[in-house]
Design a protein around this ligand. Structure first.
Ligand SMILES: Cc1cc2nc3c(=O)[nH]c(=O)nc-3n(C[C@H](O)[C@H](O)[C@H](O)COP(=O)(O)O)c2cc1C
Length: 195
């Protein structure tokens, strides 16, 4: 009988695509210098395109927030999402004290907002138009989506923490086009199919 690890290996072998001259054999993946160089690994991860969210709240009456491209939907029932926050963040220790966190999915005109909300030593909200809710969440105006969230769990994960968020309010703006972050650059979507 096949063990589960053998089964996993068998699946990996079965799904390995025929050599096309571009991909090295799987056995050589483990030797890549990115595995012991965080800058190289960040560069490799940047091949994965993502949206950009702004995680913001009123802290001591002041809008406080940071850009986060690590947003992921997690569960529909109950409604959960997550973001991964670097342990080095100087904003998260304040932001995590918020009773309610606003997550705004940034729109294509928001690259300056994304940069401002990641810069240190400035008033991040000086040029950002924002709206608070009654529970202290802060949302970026003209975003694609607003999610009001409550922090349910923080799971240590290496040099980051995975923050599990329960979504308690949703406001959609379907006509807004998203901002895309890919290979450390801000981009826009283009539709390929016509139907
Ligand atoms: C497009 C973009 C996406 C980012 N995504 C994340 C993220 O998912 N998690 C994170 O911890 N920092 C992320 N950052 C960095 C933070 O926004 C911020 O720059 C960093 O936390 C340093 O500031 P702080 O010390 O005030 O937190 C991102 C920055 C940019 C510009």
């Amino acid at each position: 009988m096949m063990t589960s690890s053998q089964g996993h290996f068998a699946v990996r072998q079965a799904t390995h695509s025929p050599r096309d001259g571009q991909n090295p054999p799987a056995s050589r993946f483990g030797q890549h210098p990115a595995l012991n160089n965080p800058d190289k690994l960040r560069h490799a991860f940047a091949a994965f395109p993502s949206g950009v969210t702004a995680a913001c709240a009123l802290i001591a009456g002041q809008p406080t927030g940071m850009s986060a491209s690590s947003f992921t939907s997690v569960s529909l029932d109950p409604p959960l999402a997550s973001v991964c926050i670097a342990r080095s963040s100087t904003t998260w220790p304040a932001l995590r004290t918020a009773g309610r966190l606003g997550l705004s999915v940034l729109a294509k005109g928001h690259y300056a907002v994304a940069q401002a909300l990641s810069a240190r030593g400035i008033d991040r909200f000086a040029e950002v138009q924002w709206t608070p809710d009654e529970a202290g969440a802060v949302f970026v105006d003209k975003a694609c989506l607003w999610l009001g969230c409550e922090i349910r769990q923080e799971v240590p994960a290496g040099d980051h923490v995975i923050v599990l968020l329960e979504i308690v309010s949703v406001r959609e703006f379907p006509s807004a086009e998203p901002l895309v972050f890919h290979q450390s650059r801000f981009r826009q979507l283009r539709t390929e199919e016509t139907s």
